[in-house]
Design a binder for this molecule. Structure first.
Ligand code: SF4
Ligand code: SF4
Length: 293
């Protein structure tokens, strides 16, 4: 993922952009802002953007695409993706494996008629030619999300006079639900990016084991489920019995739990509560080690 200058003196991360090359400096857009764009099979650049594209897959993208193929995420991952580092956050992610030795070839899902996985296409492809970025001004408490227009020289869609607002375009592309479910994953990436200047969360580096866990949570819901049900996880965290039962089959629920757990591990957020007995034992151990009464 390439980060580009949008604003000065802020901590930022581009979440979706999917550019294949030749970018111009993006323009910041709000939901009510308008832009002109149209993509259809008649454009001379048809499918150009599906070559060498930089498509990072969100956890929900992976679930949806796997379901579309009737396979589990682990198999989808092995067949169609490559691991990569999201450098701004120093976290591992999965990207679609583009064709060609140099990765500049076609997306494996591209056909002459367009995208063969259109109904399940990744969020980055839905956004294009918009990108989504998140910024947190230094010293600010909250983060600000905004869209930007990606204008690549090969894309003729910008020559259209069809005008729409950013909000209308996102609704047309079915993006509202995607953003809500993947919010936890985006939050983690943003927070990690914001901590990079001081070496990691609370000034502490993140271990390679924790990064591996983040990758598993983000990409392999069955691996996560096995971890939750075969380790001391359920003895440690306070999860309602009916929720535990649902987690046996609910992939999105399992994903939410995994991302909440990662927020707890990485940033000490109270997204998961420890069981009372575990908490008491933990406090007693700390007291014993420090000699506190
Ligand atoms: S998933 Fe579909 S829209 Fe996205 S790059 Fe591949 S072919 Fe293009
Ligand atoms: S108009 Fe842009 S988005 Fe549409 S096919 Fe051409 S390069 Fe891709």
């Amino acid at each position: 993922m390439t980060n580009r200058p949008i604003l000065d003196k802020e901590i930022k991360a581009d979440i979706f952009s999917g550019m294949s090359g030749n970018p111009v400096v993006p323009v910041q857009l709000r939901p009510e802002d308008t832009f002109c764009f149209s993509c259809h099979k008649g454009v001379p650049c048809w499918n150009a953007c599906c070559h060498g594209a930089d498509i990072t897959l969100t956890p929900l993208d992976i679930l949806r695409l796997s379901e579309g193929f009737g396979i589990r995420p682990r198999e989808f991952l092995a067949k169609y993706t490559v691991p990569a580092m999201w450098e701004a956050a120093d976290l591992p992610v999965a990207k679609i494996k583009m064709g060609g030795d140099d990765g500049k070839g076609p997306c494996p899902f591209m056909t002459g008629d367009g995208c063969s996985v259109y109904a399940h296409r990744p969020a980055t492809c839905r956004y294009y030619p918009l990108g989504l970025a998140s910024v947190k001004m230094k010293g600010a408490e909250t983060r600000d999300d905004f869209h930007f227009l990606v204008k690549e020289t090969h894309c003729q869609g910008h020559a259209s006079t069809k005008e729409m607002t950013v909000a209308e375009y996102c609704a047309e592309q079915g993006l509202t639900g995607h953003e809500a479910v993947d919010r936890g994953w985006i939050d983690i990436i943003m927070k990690m990016a914001s901590w990079q200047g001081v070496g990691g969360p609370m000034g502490q580096g993140v271990t390679s084991q924790t990064k591996k866990m983040f990758f598993m949570v983000s990409t392999d819901v069955d691996g996560l489920r096995s971890f939750v049900f075969t380790t001391k996880f359920l003895e440690t965290y306070d999860i309602a019995p009916e929720d535990i039962e649902a987690l046996k089959t609910d992939d999105e629920g399992m994903l939410r739990l995994g991302l909440d757990w990662m927020k707890n591990v990485l940033f000490n957020e109270k997204t998961l509560a420890m069981k009372e007995a575990v908490l008491r034992a933990s406090i007693a151990k700390i007291r014993e080690e420090t000699g506190a009464s």
